[in-house]
Design a protein around this ligand. Structure first.
Ligand code: FAD
Length: 488
């Protein structure tokens, strides 16, 4: 990624270049379209916005300058994408996604768009030069994705290469980057989103003011003690949305998968189906009393699925977890420690077909948006969502920014104490928060969640560190949704 210094942000190809000012120790950057986050969703959105309206200034503000997030700092170094090559595949995909969605909410219009635009977005990625696996005859090799028996997920390897190809594309169309930025909040004025703010690498406060803003900061998995999401994401998106009052849904429906203490994925069907015992904290060994057909069906999906009968297996293990959150499974005399690990979120901003949220001027795409899937998501459907709705949000944001480019935008005001950061307190509070989320908001509400919600409110009330405040907002969004959902 071209790691431009802010002073060099004026892009000669823009008739409306970025403007840069330093006022009272704070940087103010003005652009037309602001994209927050440089994962698959953010980079696709930026690319679409710039190609649609080349004269607009498009700025991506993000954390690390290299590969980051679950898109590019993903431990599997490969990603699957649902690719639907016929009307019949589209029809089956839509039906399956709608079937997987309960008990969450889903918008069929968005699911239809995912299906209809999947082939075109796949061709875009092929043209970008991604390393898609191929059959011997050269066609894309497709595998079943979690939750579907059909072989429709095309897989690409080498995520550093993927990131590089996206950066070649975004640099090629003169998109600007403000990397090493720690984003801390959205800017709202007169009922609309007018940008975002944070700290730059040197610790200087910075505001990014824009005609249209696209939130693509990824999901809430970083809020859990045990997690397997990519690095570089702080899990703040839900908290930022909450702070500006944008409508969200499906917040507590995160995907969790079972991993052992060495970071190896554990297939429950195989682990428990071979004469294993579960060792309880009191030392007793319990034989898993799980219906054979339910244990067998658990093999069809890596994440635990909400509202599904085969979640009996996950619930059985969770009911025997020790105080430290780990389950002990004894197999052939050997004890394996396993835990549910946060993988990705299925909740986020409620968006329409253009990726617009309920707050004017704000769009959302990728893991921080929802509605194209509900509580459970098919494997490969998130990468598809980043491409379909990242592009759609980019196009719509560019159109709005064209209208907004001549509207005078006075500098936005920030909340008092906005930039207060207290590293030690942040670390302590995040440790409490992550342990609490792991214990009380794991695959639905667990015992003690109501009390933990009160603790979170207390942290929110007393903390004077911005990151803690917004992360607590994200955690509260999850806890409150889980509790409300449990009451229904
Ligand atoms: C191990 C693993 C395997 C997966 N496999 C699949 C798969 O095969 N198929 C599939 O469809 N999905 C899969 N997923 C899910 C999918 O990878 C992610 O949901 C998707 O990549 C998210 O893309 P995104 O652009 O929304 O967010 P991310 O890729 O997470 O990007 C978020 C961006 O925001 C930046 N950021 C976040 N917070 C801040 C902040 N406060 N300040 C500055 N910058 C910030 C990050 O640095 C990053 O650039 C997998 C996930 C994991 C973890």
């Amino acid at each position: 990624m071209k790691d431009r210094n802010y002073h060099g942000l004026n892009s000669p190809s823009c008739s409306h270049p970025l403007s840069f000012q330093v006022l009272k120790g704070m940087e103010h950057i003005h652009c037309d379209v602001l994209v927050l986050g440089a994962g698959l969703a953010g980079l696709r959105a930026a690319w679409a916005a710039k190609e649609h309206a080349p004269s607009l200034s498009v700025l991506v503000a993000t954390g690390p300058s290299g590969p980051s997030g679950s898109s590019f700092a993903n431990r599997n170094n490969a990603l699957g994408m649902q690719v639907l090559l016929s009307d019949e595949e589209c029809r089956i995909f839509v039906r399956e996604v709608l079937d997987l969605a309960p008990p969450g909410t889903v918008d069929e219009t968005l699911v239809q768009l995912l299906a209809r635009e999947s082939e075109a977005r796949f061709r875009d990625l092929q043209s970008l030069g991604l390393d898609f696996r191929r059959e011997e005859n050269g066609t894309a090799a497709r595998q079943p994705g979690c939750g579907s028996p059909y072989r429709r997920a095309a897989i690409f390897d080498n995520l550093a290469h993927t990131f590089n190809q996206f950066i070649v594309k975004t640099n090629g169309c003169s998109i600007d980057f403000a990397t090493n930025t720690s984003l801390l909040g959205l800017l709202k004025r007169d009922g609309r989103c007018v940008g975002a703010w944070g700290m730059n690498n040197g610790g200087t406060p910075v505001t990014f003011q824009a005609g249209a803003t696209i939130l693509a900061l990824g999901g809430p998995a970083p809020l859990y003690q045990n997690r397997i999401c990519g690095t570089g994401n702080t899990g703040l998106a839900l908290g930022m949305l909450r702070e500006v009052g944008a409508k969200t849904a499906n917040e507590s429906f995160l995907q969790f998968m079972w991993y052992d203490g060495h970071g190896r994925f554990q297939n429950l069907t195989r682990l428990l189906g071979n004469g294993a015992y579960v060792v309880r904290q009191d030392g007793r060994r319990v034989i898993p009393d799980i219906r054979e057909d339910l244990l067998a069906s658990r093999e069809g999906h890596c994440p635990a699925f909400y509202g599904r009968e085969d979640a009996t297996t996950d619930e059985f293990l969770l009911s025997h977890a020790w105080e430290d959150g780990w389950c002990r499974v004894e197999l052939s005399g050997e004890v394996v420690l396993i835990s549910l690990m946060a993988h990705a979120g299925n909740g986020g901003a409620v968006v329409n077909a253009e990726g617009a949220t309920s707050l004017k001027g704000l769009y959302a795409a990728g893991e921080c948006a929802t509605g194209m899937h509900g509580a459970n998501r098919m494997g490969g459907a998130m990468v598809l969502a980043t491409q379909v709705f990242g592009r759609r949000a980019g196009l719509a944001a560019a159109e709005l920014a064209e209208v907004m480019r001549d509207v005078k935008r006075p500098d936005a005001k920030l909340p008092p104490g906005a930039f207060a950061l207290h590293d030690d307190q942040y670390r302590i509070d995040m440790d409490i928060l992550r342990k609490g989320m792991q214990r009380h908001a794991l695959f639905g509400p667990r015992s003690g969640l109501e009390t933990f919600r009160m603790e979170l409110r207390e942290i929110e009330r007393s903390s004077d560190d911005r990151r803690t405040l917004v992360a607590t907002g994200s955690a509260l969004a999850i806890a409150e949704h889980a509790l409300a959902f449990a009451e229904v």
